[in-house]
Design a protein around this ligand. Structure first.
Ligand SMILES: Cc1ncc(COP(=O)(O)O)c(C=O)c1O
Length: 384
């Protein structure tokens, strides 16, 4: 983070999310360079961060939108994403959401069950429309990530399992108001082991062969998102290695002529541009540790409580105080839950009440997951 801005932080009420739009711009530049030369399409996964300023910056770069609720579709349209570039996934789309998206004529529904196929067909019929659909298939591939963000194993709730595929195709053949446009996959999030994506490519190739053998053609293959970021080194690894990521798909996926490859990236685009800025309210002595009690908690960043995730924690008030001894702190929030902790035994320069703390890599799945638990007020957002 730039030091000029850090000086300004002192005047602002904490806690707040700080979004560095220059960092986002640099990320988008690297992303664009890596995917556009390969002719790929990227839909930004809105669930990661739906802040208007962030969305506008992403929309201006020409990305599409990946939505998982009717309200996300609505927001994408309001921000100016082209309806032709909006995809809509989710296992539990309601009739209201489907009707809204049909009415807006979005690019494609990523359909997660045969039951949903039936409902979309009926609703499209009632509207006198043909719905473009992609089958979200469950490839039964491990993403080597936290269980709560693993989505591509056959006991997960997501997607249509392979043994249901014939039934889904029969249904499509009998559904006059559905048009099969693609196949869709998403195996999970915060994936740092690229071999998972290689396994996905191999599975996609097998499934494509099945489609080919059954004389079924689809215009696009959507391999979802999931590329992880480096939560341990937010400055050294500010931009993910997009070249290796897209290069892997280029090397291993076998597309049919004229087939387009689509991606749905969220975290990798916005994760590192954000920090949660908070102040130390109290230092408290524990039996074997010191607690640094912050004015931000799991209500502003739930990832550590939910996924036992790591975020770099920095005392930015004491950033240049090399003279201070390093002390260990359990860095916790004010919420009445023992899970409201950002990290145990974190080494910080001797810290005191009033110090500003930055919790890094909070651009994705932070503000969007905020809650008002304990009647907390919503934290503001400031841009740099
Ligand atoms: C269907 C779908 N696509 C894309 C994403 C984006 O994932 P990520 O933010 O890890 O890139 C998600 C999130 O889990 C998702 O559920």
């Amino acid at each position: 983070m730039r030091s000029k801005l850090i000086e300004k932080f002192g005047e602002l009420e904490t806690p707040f999310y700080y979004y560095d739009l220059d960092a986002l711009e640099e990320n988008l530049k690297a992303l664009h360079a890596a995917y556009s030369k390969r002719g790929y399409e990227v839909h930004y996964a809105m669930k990661a961060n739906v802040n208007d300023g962030v969305l506008s910056a992403i929309q201006k770069k020409g990305l599409g939108a990946d939505c998982v609720s009717g309200n996300e579709v609505k927001k994408a349209i309001e921000i100016g994403f082209s309806k032709n570039d909006i995809v809509f996934a989710g296992v539990g789309k309601t009739d209201k959401e489907i009707n809204y998206a049909l009415n807006e004529d979005i690019f494609c529904f990523n359909v997660e069950s045969t039951a949903e196929l039936n409902v979309i067909n009926d609703l499209a019929y009632a509207q006198g429309k043909e719905a473009r659909v992609a089958l979200r298939l469950n490839p039964n591939i491990s993403a080597n990530t936290h269980a709560y963000i693993t989505t591509g194993l056959e006991d997960n709730k997501f997607g249509i399992n392979f043994w249901e595929l014939e039934q889904a195709i029969e249904l499509l053949n009998d559904s006059s108001n559905l048009k099969l446009e693609g196949i869709h996959f998403h195996i999970g999030s915060q994936i740092t082991d690229l071999s998972s994506f290689k396994n996905l490519c191999n599975k996609v190739n097998e499934i494509q062969q099945w489609f080919f053998d059954h004389n079924i053609e689809v215009d696009h293959v959507n391999v979802g998102g999931g590329l992880g970021i480096d939560y341990h080194q937010p400055d050294e690894q500010a931009i993910p290695d997009y070249e290796s990521y897209f290069g892997l798909f280029e090397e291993f996926i076998e597309l049919r002529p004229n087939q387009k490859l689509h991606f749905e990236l969220g975290r990798s685009i916005v994760g590192q541009m954000g920090s949660l800025i908070t102040r130390v309210t109290y230092i408290k002595k524990g039996i074997s540790t010191n607690f640094a009690i912050l004015d931000a908690g799991m209500t502003e960043l739930i990832r550590p409580a939910l996924y036992q995730s790591h975020h770099v924690i920095q005392n930015i008030s004491k950033a240049h105080r090399d003279d201070l001894p390093l002390e260990k702190y359990d860095v916790v929030g004010p919420i009445c839950e023992s899970s409201d902790s950002f990290g145990k035994a974190i080494l910080l320069p001797e810290t005191e009440r009033g110090d500003l703390i930055a919790i890094r890599s909070a651009g994705a799945y932070a503000e969007v997951m905020a809650s008002s638990y304990n009647l907390r007020e919503k934290a503001q957002v400031f841009f740099g």
